[in-house]
Design a protein around this ligand. Structure first.
Ligand code: 5GP
Ligand code: MG
Ligand code: MG
Length: 179
């Protein structure tokens, strides 16, 4: 992608994210209460910061695994074609599983991943997404828990990139081109 100058306007502060994660983790900890171990599946790479904060707020025994599905590449357009680039290391049959996604946009990625994981017969399979863009949805899917519902803006930060940059911002911001 050619370099085009842009700035990032803060949309959701680090403090708001932390507060929301506390609320969500109370709910999730209640939902999976009594589990022998919750397998928390992070969808790479955008969920890596979110999952790190989530697992430290969950009052449950957890195992962490990762799965990588192709989505945007380096462009700002979504792709309907979803491929698994990296599969889970562990088995999930009969296990309690929570899939952690950064953003549900068209919903194709999560739909594909959920079909795959359901076919492995987990005991309980639920999903959480930090961000949801309901106005962009094409597939009939919704995460069980959502951090924030946002308008159709291209966002970065808190693990989420623009052409592999800006993942290390502690907040969520929107990209605004200046030229
Ligand atoms: P979907 O398959 O739901 O259309 O796409 C989901 C994936 O697209 C997200 O997990 C994320 O990787 C990417 N995506 C969607 N919206 C944005 C955005 O605003 N910024 C970035 N960087 N990626 C996005
Ligand atoms: Mg993603
Ligand atoms: Mg990406």
């Amino acid at each position: 992608m050619p370099e085009r100058p842009y700035v990032i306007d803060q949309m959701i502060s680090a403090k708001s994210i932390a507060a929301r994660i506390e609320e969500l983790c109370d709910e999730i900890s209640r939902e999976y209460e009594g589990t022998d171990k919750l397998v928390v599946v992070g969808l790479l790479r955008g969920s890596f910061v979110f999952i790190a904060d989530l697992v430290r707020e969950l009052d449950l025994p957890v195992e962490v695994d990762f799965l990588e599905a192709s989505s945007y590449g380096n462009s700002m357009e979504s792709s309907r074609e979803v491929r698994i680039l990296k599969d889970l290391r562990g088995e999930i049959e009969g296990r309690d599983v929570l899939v952690v996604e950064d953003i549900v946009d068209t919903g194709h990625t999560l739909t594909h991943v959920m079909h795959l994981l359901e076919s492995r017969n987990p005991r309980k399979l639920k999903t959480i997404a930090l961000l949801d863009k309901p106005s962009r949805r094409e597939a009939d899917i919704a995460a069980d828990w959502i951090g924030f519902s946002i308008p159709d803006e291209f966002v970065v930060g808190y693990g989420i990139d623009f052409a592999q940059r800006n993942r290390n911002l502690p907040f969520i911001g929107k990209v605004r081109f200046t030229e």
